[in-house]
Write a protein of this length. Sequence first.
Length: 208
Amino acid sequence: MKTPKPYAGLTDEKVYSVDDIDASLTYTYAHYLNWLFDDRVELIKGKVFRMSPAPSRFHQKVSVRISASLFNYLKNRSCEVYTAPFDVRFPNGIFEDKDIYTFLQPDLCVICDSSKLDDRGCIGAPDIVIEILSPGNNKKELLYKYSIYEEFGVKEYWVIDPLNYTVQQHSLDISGKYIASGLFTMKDHVQSDILPGFELSLAELFEE
């Protein structure tokens, strides 16, 4: 596996663009910590992905409503909710920055194992990941991230589509594969197997 030095030929004398990165190389979380990009990026299997521009106002409203609901539910419980930007690192058995080739910044995540938390974010799979789609990032959320969250054992993965007012929920089965729990619409309430008693009204979530 061909990996570059931390700056891969770049210096720290200016802020560079993602376009300055050599796409043929494989990068790690250690490289990311040295970058001074204006762009927000994620790493998937060592490859750099530029994140979408700042999300829409409605995207942010939906995010705030979900995080508020989760925060209120989780009071006096062991789990915590975090919102982007928040680094989630997915190690393959080795926890050194130079050996981590995938990190993502989910819109929201719930983490119940406090040993996975440190000052940089989360290392290891959250219990729940929630992604809110924006124009231009649908393919990444539905394809690339789906496989990462499944591979590393995120127990529940929610994909929220604020344009079509839907929530798609996936849960890991005993074989470690996602099973679609259903496509929920405005008339529905979404519940979580991980958080007994938590219920989210989609009519309230998507209210303009």
